[in-house]
Write a protein that binds this ligand. Sequence first.
Ligand SMILES: *[C@@H]1O[C@H](CO)[C@@H](O)[C@H](O)[C@H]1NC(C)=O
Ligand SMILES: *[C@@H]1O[C@H](CO)[C@@H](O)[C@H](O)[C@H]1NC(C)=O
Length: 304
Amino acid sequence: MFLALIFLIFFNFFGLPGVDGATCITKSTCAWTDFTLPLCISGTCKCFNSSFVPIRSGCGLQMTHRPVVSAQQGKTNQVISGQSFELSCYFDKYNDYYTFEWYLGETKLSTRSNTYTAVADENTVGSFTCRVRTSARLLTSPLSYFFEVVKLGGASGQATSNERPTIYVPTNSAVGGSTVILECNNIPMGYTDTIIYTVNGVNTTYSSVVITSANAGKYVTCTLTSPSAGVTYSRPTSAVGNLPRLTTSISSVSVVVGIGTSQRLVCALTPSAIYLQSSPITYTWKANRIHVHTLDNMMIAKHT
Ligand SMILES: *[C@@H]1O[C@H](CO)[C@@H](O)[C@H](O)[C@H]1NC(C)=O
Ligand SMILES: *[C@@H]1O[C@H](CO)[C@@H](O)[C@H](O)[C@H]1NC(C)=O
């Protein structure tokens, strides 16, 4: 009883910051459990101490690791006015089933998944944060750091971008006749206008390049053109990248453990198999010097 009184005084004066969760009207709605106190402050049941946070059913332990909000792969934190964009809330700790919570400024969004999609206007951009809850163990993560989404163009958008695109060439070497797909990265989300690739001095809008002795090792750049929303790019052209050099053989082979399962072994080649297309590849696997009957680039390790 005495202890309860102490808590009552303590939490009335130093109530935890408002977190939506176990809602209450009076303290009788808040069950007194190991982590939840029979206290109702501003419509939320209060928790034992700051290691716990209100959740729907009471209070759960707070996780210490923060999730991270990020833009689509290869994109900046900018979005072209009127175009759709997608953010991800990434969290790699713990293996429970997660529920995601998203906030735009102080406003909680209705999205429950790890991605958030919207069409960019003045009401849908700003500072995003996310949080993760696990169902089974009732854990809650702290909020992520802010991720600011900036609108380019349109009525209230920024008219000039100072971001510079980058060019990504997916391999350093390739057999003549193979195709590489160039990627122009660090561009705004929702960019749908033309990208010009300058490949060995020639302008093209195609991102795929067939490697020949004439272009192997030569320079490539990508350039953004001023898009529909009226945005200008102060640095529209990427720094130069190099097309892969020609190779006629596999320069290295290694066995790597497959992603997701330790039992799947993969035979990794340099350059990777898709840049060796003109020469058929045969895989031979041995386990303890004994041939394994698979002709695939992958094998499942069996414990005997
Ligand atoms: C909260 O209470 C738990 C359980 O008694 C304790 O382990 C933890 O250290 C406390 N956390 C804080 C911040 O006081
Ligand atoms: C190729 O594209 C770049 C970037 O837009 C431009 O500056 C250059 O003049 C173009 N060159 C030719 C030959 O069209």
